[in-house]
Structures are given as C-alpha cells and as structure tokens.
Design a protein around this ligand. Structure first.
Ligand code: HEC
Length: 134
C-alpha cells in the first residue's frame, strides 16, 4: 500500500493545480467578446462610435485607469451579467447573464473565490488583458 501514497499525493496536487488555475485564457474571452460586444464597444473595445441615440459605449481598455489603477472585478462582472440592474432606465447595455451560462469556475472577487460561469470568467480575463495604463 505504501507505494501508492506518493502517487495519490501527486494526483491530489495535480487536481488541486487544475482547480486553482481554472481561470480561462484571455483568448477564450476575446472570441465571446467578438460575438457579443463589438457591435457597441467596437473591435478595439474602445467604444469610439456613438450608438443610435448618441450614447457612447464605455471604453473598456480604460476601466482600470478610470478606477485608480484597480480593476473592479465585482462591478465589471455584475455589469455584464446584468445583476443588480434594471433600476436605471437610461442603461443601454443588455444583460448577458442568461446568455453566458456554463460550467462554474472559481474567480477571485474581492479576495473570495466566487463560482462564476466560464464564459463570464473568460470575458473578465479578456478585459483584464486589454487594460491600458492611465
Ligand atoms: C447594445 C450595446 C452594448 C452591447 C452589445 C454591450 N455593451 Fe457594454 N456598455 C454599453 C453602454 C452604453 C455602456 C455604458 C453603461 C450603460 O449605459 O449601460 C456599457 C458599459 C459596459 C461596461 C462598464 C464599463 C465601466 O467602466 O464600468 C462593461 C464592463 C461592459 N459594458 C462590457 C460589455 C461586454 C463584455 C459586452 C459583451 C458581452 C458588452 N458590454 C456588450 C453598451 C453595450
């Protein structure tokens, strides 16, 4: 039996590594972004073009710069998901919560690992990867 212990330990470590490293790559989110977000935010995510009605979709490459150099994961996730919205009538951006369903992956939000649908986590990963310095 003794010989199995190191093997079992190795498997545990490997499984552990997979679970903690499960944050999707930015490129996975880039594809979702291209399909759902570019119509308003533009291919460079800078939202240059005014929308019908004159509203400008936020420049998504400067979320961190606008927030004193900190990427506000919780706020960005809820903006995309639509959670907590519907209160401000002027909001133009649709809620993507029902569209972006999938396996849950742990995403660190305000120091807490929060189970998040994979497409949403991928978008977050992509948005973080395109932040420009202030
Ligand atoms: C119909 C146009 C439209 C589409 C499609 C759209 N957005 Fe937006 N987005 C907006 C507008 C307009 C705002 C400014 C706030 C508002 O009015 O809701 C915004 C704001 C945001 C913000 C907040 C930025 C900040 O600094 O807080 C994020 C993040 C965002 N969008 C991400 C996305 C992602 C990711 C997608 C695709 C899944 C997407 N948006 C699709 C129009 C759109």
């Amino acid at each position: 039996m003794r010989i199995f212990f190191p093997v079992a330990l190795m498997i545990l470590v490997l499984v552990g590594a997979c679970v903690t490293n499960d944050m999707p790559e930015p490129r996975e989110g880039a594809a979702i972004f291209a399909n759902n977000c570019t119509a308003c935010h533009g291919y460079r995510a800078t939202g240059e073009e005014p929308l019908v009605g004159g509203q400008i979709a936020s420049d998504l490459t400067r979320i961190m710069a606008r927030n004193d150099g900190v990427f506000p994961r919780a706020r960005v996730l809820s903006q995309i998901d639509g959670y907590g919205r519907g209160k401000v009538a002027a909001e133009v951006m649709p809620q993507f919560g029902t569209l972006l369903q999938g396996d849950l992956v742990p995403v660190e939000v305000d120091g807490i690992l929060t189970p998040t649908p994979r497409p949403l986590a991928a978008l977050l990963s992509y948005l973080e990867s395109i932040q420009l310095p202030s």
